[in-house]
Design a protein around this ligand. Structure first.
Ligand SMILES: [Ca+2]
Ligand SMILES: [Ca+2]
Length: 281
């Protein structure tokens, strides 16, 4: 994880050093556990090659009374704000100080945004979860609300495995992205992948090596390491964990499954999540 953490820390430091001109407006929700705050940028910044212009509003979701999590998923209603995205439509988003070192991605559609932070360790501190950027009037910040918030801990990963035994195994078939083989591709699968990379010292894992020691890296219900190699590159990297998370965010941000799939296909960088493959062992 070290490389990832240092790269992300650098971007967070650069961000926090930026001056802001407008005082935070704060929108407290969910029994005071989560809050949404906003600040207007007085300087432009660049996040993953996406330029955030002067005057854009940085929207930050923060947690207090944090009881601990590895990963989080927040669903937001962002009203009529225009969320700033890259050319593929993925929102520009950065982790906060309570999720530093996590992967963060999101999907936006028709006023609904789904943002996931995927970690490899437990976070139990209070602070910001993530920040995304919108064009619009900061005075309307109260229009942005969190409609759903879920966290994943190590217990949730174990529990997801226990539920698998009731499901039929697809025999020699596996589904890319469904790392724990429970029938769903979600933030749990992305988290398992990120934890596996953490187990390997933050380094990429060759699929063949992971299959040779499957239980070290994955969970007892994992069919094969190929499930975590979202882009079928032969290696499991943070790109794969991020792609699984993107797939889930797209599914969660759309009502219609076909639209969700189309959204994922438009936004993924070579990911194959959701596809069934034959496992030759
Ligand atoms: Ca799964
Ligand atoms: Ca890969």
């Amino acid at each position: 994880m070290k490389k990832l953490i240092s790269a992300l820390s650098a971007s967070i430091l650069a961000l926090s050093a930026l001056p802001v001109v407008t005082a935070s407006a704060v929108n407290v929700i969910d029994e005071d556990i989560l809050s949404v705050s906003a600040e207007t940028l007085s300087e432009s910044l660049t996040i993953d090659e996406t330029v955030i212009p002067v005057g854009a509003v940085a929207v930050t979701v923060s947690v207090s009374d944090n009881s601990g999590f590895i990963s989080t998923t927040a669903k937001l209603d962002y009203g009529s704000f225009d969320v700033i995205t890259n050319e593929k439509g993925i929102p520009a988003v950065v982790t906060g100080n309570a999720t530093e070192g996590s992967l963060v991605t999101g999907s936006v559609n028709d006023g609904i945004g789904v943002f996931t932070t995927i970690g490899a360790k437990e976070y139990d501190g209070d602070g910001s979860l993530f920040t995304f950027y919108v064009n619009g009037d900061i005075a309307d910040i109260s229009d942005i609300t969190v409609s759903d918030f879920e966290t994943i801990g190590f217990d949730d990963i174990s529990n997801s495995i226990r539920t698998v035994s009731a499901l039929s195994n697809y025999g020699q078939y596996y589904r890319i992205g469904d790392v724990n083989n429970d029938g769903y591709i979600d933030a749990v699968d992305s988290t398992i992948t990120e934890v596996a990379i953490g187990e390997n010292g933050g380094n990429k894992i060759r699929v063949a090596d992971a299959n040779a020691d499957l239980r070290r890296f994955f969970v007892e219900t994992t069919v094969c390491a190929q499930t975590a190699d979202a882009n079928i590159s032969g290696e499991i990297t943070v790109t794969d964990a991020n792609d699984i998370s993107l797939y889930y965010a797209c599914m969660a941000a759309h009502q219609d499954e076909e639209e969700a799939l189309q959204s994922y296909r438009n936004q993924t960088d070579g990911g194959h999540c959701g596809e069934y493959k034959f496992y030759r062992g």
